[in-house]
Design a protein. Sequence first.
Length: 344
Amino acid sequence: MSTTPWYRHILRDELGVVLVLAVLVGVVGLAHPDFLRPVNLLSTAQSSVYVGLMACGMVFPLAMREVDLSLGGQYALGIVLGAVLIRDGWSPWLALPAILVVATVLGCLNGAITTYLRLPSFIVTLAAALLFRGAALALADGKQISSMPLDHAFFSVLGGDLAGVPTSVWVLLVATIALTVVFTRTRFGARVRAVGSNPDAAEFSGLPIARTRIAALGLSGFMGGVAAVLGLAFFTAGDPTVGNGYELTAIAACIIGGTPLAGGRGSVPGAVLGNLILTTVAASLVFLQVPINWTTFATGAVILVAVAFDSVLRRTRGRSPRRRTHETDPGPGPDHVPDAERLR
């Protein structure tokens, strides 16, 4: 295993998206200085939290060459489930673990069906998205559930501010740090990367592929549940129509941040930064007075530019003299699963 400190990997691997985000914020700030006001920057960060949490969890299945298209439906179902429980007399603090448990179980079910029925996760989670969305609509009877006890600490704490910063932003920061450690410094993270690098070699080495795949999709579901808890606390209502397209935005954020669809590697901080880029684009269009009809076009263009820029930067670093001095010892390639005995 590499002896390079983890923070150096982050600074090196996420440099491209950091530069893109800095340039984007700087350009918009020069055109409209009000964009750089702390209240606006905090509002933009808060808007990025829900998809950002999903993107953090999405890194794990993507690194295993899987995908979770059910997150938007899980988000809506979690919010509606929590609203129904609170409406029916549950304490919001008891509804919180209920949402997380249900979301995690649903994610694990996605993984179990994908693994044991040998179906593509694309199809399984796409069908699950429709099931979850339909369940949310049925639970809510097709309408928004309101009349929440807004004076409860659940809404004032999780939906409010802490030290002048939205609580949800703090949760995203803690989740980013925790999942970065899990992905880069734990046996589970090493298994995810090993399976994604070469599933056949991982299976030949005896790694628990089924258990790892189920856990990865379960973790993705759990992060969707965390997003649902914070969404319910902030919006104070159960809306079964929320979350449309969130899963695709989360996937785009992961790819922008350096998690390829080919698997084998990923970056949790990169996914969060990638989502911040997309959120900043959406917020900047308001300041630049871009017609709403061009919003989707502008977002797609930024995704292409950000991915292309980061790809060029990575290839440039790969051809650096420091890298070439180690060509005689390239280390483990895609056909090698390092420390297989330790990963079992």
